[in-house]
Design a protein. Structure first.
Length: 163
C-alpha cells in the first residue's frame, strides 16, 4: 500500500522513506516465513544436524552482535550441549530481542547448570508478565497487550524479568 501511495502521489510522499519502510516490512515478512518453515520442519521431524556447542560462547557472541540496549552476560560454567547451532541462535536472538524491547534500563543473561541441566536465563527490568499470562506467553504467536503497545512487530514469547 505504501508503495502504491508513493506512485500515486509522488509529490506528497518521500520515496526514500517509502523504500525504507518497504524493506523493513519485507525483512519482517521474510523472518516470519522462515519461522513458519522452521515450525513445519520441526513438525515433520526433520531434525537439524546436531553438533557439540559451547553454549556460553554462543550466548556471549549473540549478545554482542545485537543492537539497542547492551546485554550483560555471565557464564557461570563451561556448558556444552549437543544441538543445532542455528536453532539455538534463533532462540537466543528471540529472547534477547524481546528482553531489549521490554527492558527499562538493563538486560542480563546467565549461562550455567541447574540440577544437571544447561540453563540460559534472560532477564530484564521491565514491567514483567502478569501471573495470569505467564504460561500463555509460551504458546506459539502469543503477544500480550504490553508488547503490542511497545512495538507492532514480533510474533513470539517474551522472557521472564528481574524483580
Amino acid at each position: 500500500m505504501q508503495l502504491e501511495e508513493a506512485l500515486l502521489y509522488p509529490d506528497d510522499i518521500d520515496p526514500r522513506d517509502t523504500i525504507r519502510g518497504a524493506l523493513t516490512a519485507s525483512g519482517r515478512l521474510e523472518a516470519i516465513v522462515n519461522d513458519l518453515l522452521q515450525l513445519a520442519r520441526l513438525r515433520a521431524a526433520d531434525p537439524a544436524p546436531q553438533e557439540l556447542i559451547d553454549l556460553g560462547a554462543l550466548v556471549t557472541e549473540e549478545a554482542a552482535q545485537g543492537t539497542g540496549m547492551p546485554v550483560r552476560v555471565q557464564v557461570n560454567a563451561r556448558v556444552q550441549v549437543r544441538g543445532s547451532r542455528i536453532q539455538l541462535i534463533r532462540v537466543v536472538n528471540n529472547l534477547l530481542s524481546n528482553a531489549r524491547r521490554h527492558a527499562d534500563s538493563r538486560v542480563e543473561v546467565s549461562v550455567g547448570f541447574e540440577d544437571g541441566n544447561a540453563v540460559v536465563a534472560v532477564v530484564d527490568d521491565g514491567a514483567g508478565i502478569a501471573p495470569a499470562d505467564r504460561e500463555r506467553v509460551f504458546e506459539r504467536f502469543t503477544r500480550l497487550d504490553d508488547g503490542r503497545l511497545r512495538d507492532s512487530g514480533g510474533s513470539g514469547a517474551r522472557p521472564r524479568h528481574l524483580p
